[in-house]
Design a protein around this ligand. Structure first.
Ligand code: APR
Length: 239
């Protein structure tokens, strides 16, 4: 337990798929992980989208359907309460599922984008969060003859991260006094680099993950517990 966690002016909660696991959203590399069932080269890269837009959109629609059937859990709620108790708590997420936002958490950087936005190369970003099926698969603002497929606003494999989002996260991590890695395997770069950056900047490093993983060496404190209980146990909020 970090009884006096509020004495840290700048706290970064860096989250991954493990934070959503207890809500029923599959992780990527754990048991039943998405990439065990689907090859990202067929479903989550620009090349696949260029060749098979319908197949890629179907895959993401399926993910939207699964996520909408899930609810945020007590861990998400505790993060919201931490933000209410301390304005210095910021959240950087690799998750595209929007569960943090559904729990009322303010997310400062969505490193890998969102399942609930699409992009048109001409008209830019479209919010599309009303229902699991996409409202449009082709841009309604483009001339029908163009048949512009709308691409999920997600940082897929081989994509560069949105530079503005990256810069925002980098600035938050540079200022972090306490960096908490929650439910991430640290397998994917450049996102995994933020834990290295925080450590080099001298932040107190705490990991919440039931399992040891390649990023664990960066964290002198490893809480081998699920996020839903570890957050409340570690960061008590006295009424
Ligand atoms: N609480 C906390 N951590 C958990 C829980 C839980 N209840 N359940 C599983 N975990 C941990 C696993 O032990 C694992 O280390 O969550 C981690 C999930 O790892 P990944 O599936 O690799 O997910 P993540 O680290 O978020 O992946 C990074 O890879 O596929 C890309 O873009 C995708 O954002 C994703 C990125």
């Amino acid at each position: 337990m970090i009884e006096d966690w509020r004495r840290y002016p700048h706290i970064v909660l860096f989250t991954g798929a493990g934070l959503s696991a207890e809500s029923g959203v599959p992780t990527y590399r754990g048991r039943g992980g998405i990439w065990h069932e689907y090859n990202y080269e067929d479903y989550a890269c620009q090349r696949a989208f260029d060749h098979h837009p319908v197949k890629v959109l179907d895959f993401h629609e399926l993910r939207r359907t699964k996520v909408l059937a899930c609810l945020p859990h007590t861990g998400h709620d505790h993060i919201r309460a931490m933000q209410a108790a301390h304005p210095g708590v910021t959240v950087i997420t690799q998750n595209i599922d929007g569960l943090l936002q559904r729990a009322g958490v303010t997310v400062s950087a969505e490193l890998h984008g969102s399942l609930w936005r699409l992009r048109c190369p001409v008209h830019g970003i479209r919010e599309d969060a009303a229902a699991a099926p996409f409202a449009y698969r082709q841009c309604p603002d483009c001339a029908p003859a163009r048949q512009t497929w709308l691409r999920p606003d997600i940082t897929w494999f081989e994509d560069a991260m949105n530079p503005a989002v990256f810069a925002r996260a980098e600035a938050l991590v540079a200022a972090a006094d306490l960096f908490v890695g929650i439910g991430t395997s640290g397998a994917v770069w450049p996102a995994a680099g933020f834990a290295h950056q925080a450590r080099e900047a001298g932040a107190r490093m705490v990991e919440i993950n039931p399992e040891d993983n390649e990023a664990s060496v960066l964290y002198p404190e490893n809480l081998r517990k699920p996020a839903s209980t570890a957050l409340a146990d570690t960061f008590p909020i006295s009424r």
